[in-house]
Design a protein around this ligand. Sequence first.
Ligand code: HEC
Length: 65
Amino acid sequence: MHIDQQTFPVFARDYQAKVEALYAAQDADRESAYNAVIQSCSNCHQSHCPGPLMKIDKMSIQASK
Ligand code: HEC
């Protein structure tokens, strides 16, 4: 497992975009915007650092209904 020069920046930019979208989100969209951030953590971790995946996947907000 190492930092892949091709894919790491792609995952990193996706993560940044998801964080910016969370900051910009309206109240009603915050839950899904937050979950998109966590999904982005998970995407990078699946290929670059799988150890914390069990914890990261628990960070998602479950549907409140
Ligand atoms: C672009 C890729 C990428 C994204 C996005 C990312 N991570 Fe990571 N993360 C890594 C890598 C690579 C490491 C290992 C760093 C090292 O060992 O020096 C790491 C390390 C960690 C660790 C520490 C593991 C340990 O052994 O101490 C945790 C916890 C973690 N990340 C959680 C998260 C969470 C939560 C998010 C989202 C909020 C996130 N990561 C987003 C790539 C990423």
